[in-house]
Design a protein around this ligand. Sequence first.
Ligand SMILES: CC(C)(COP(=O)(O)OP(=O)(O)OC[C@H]1O[C@@H](n2cnc3c(N)ncnc32)[C@H](O)[C@@H]1OP(=O)(O)O)[C@@H](O)C(=O)NCCC(=O)NCCS
Length: 209
Amino acid sequence: MDQAAGMRHGPIGLRLVRSRDARALQHELLANRSWLQPWEATVPYGAVSFDMRLSIRRLLQQYRDGGGYPFVMEYEGEVAGQLNVWGVARGSLCSATIGYWVSERFAGKGITPTAVALATDACFAEYGLHRMEICIRPENAASLRVVQKLGFRYEGLRRRYIHIDGDWRDHYAFALTREDVPQGVLARWLNGQVPPDAATVPPSDRLTL
Ligand SMILES: CC(C)(COP(=O)(O)OP(=O)(O)OC[C@H]1O[C@@H](n2cnc3c(N)ncnc32)[C@H](O)[C@@H]1OP(=O)(O)O)[C@@H](O)C(=O)NCCC(=O)NCCS
């Protein structure tokens, strides 16, 4: 796949972020504060930066260094949000983690599951990765729907795992390996072949919210 030109399914596109996306992304981040903040990665020291120009420069540097694939999701050609493949580990792991957000006005259109499927398929078929992980706060019902739709397998509860919205938060971890999806993630979903219980959290790991 030409990462800059990107991938497409119907109105939904996924392409590498560009420096000139900074203005649109910064506008969306600021206009969607209450929508995004509960799920936003923070750092235990210092404040979150909304300098998208700097953030994109860092993401593209990581991309050039082989550490990630920073995408934007588009809907009918408009920037809808970001999908980041980060923490790429090569060698004996060949794994990475996916993070994502869309602006509130784009929610509920199936943009994220489609983009996650496109990204995971590219990671397996073209970027030489073997395992893709998604970590989600137990409170994030909308994001849990994304992994349910695609049949990412539940792998466990990670206590106080990622610094989100100002504190260390518990996360559920979900993953797929290449062997799980010989037909591809998107094709498996579109063909109605997703195992219905793959993402089910066992009662012993369910947190009282
Ligand atoms: C989680 C998120 C990325 C899902 O993206 P999406 O493109 O809307 O995904 P979908 O269209 O498949 O919708 C997923 C679920 O969101 C919920 N949803 C749909 N429209 C919604 C809306 N307007 N407001 C709130 N939730 C909505 C529904 O439960 C939906 O599931 P359903 O299709 O079974 O009804 C998006 O809600 C988001 O960006 N949230 C804020 C940031 C975030 O949580 N990032 C993920 C951190 S792990």
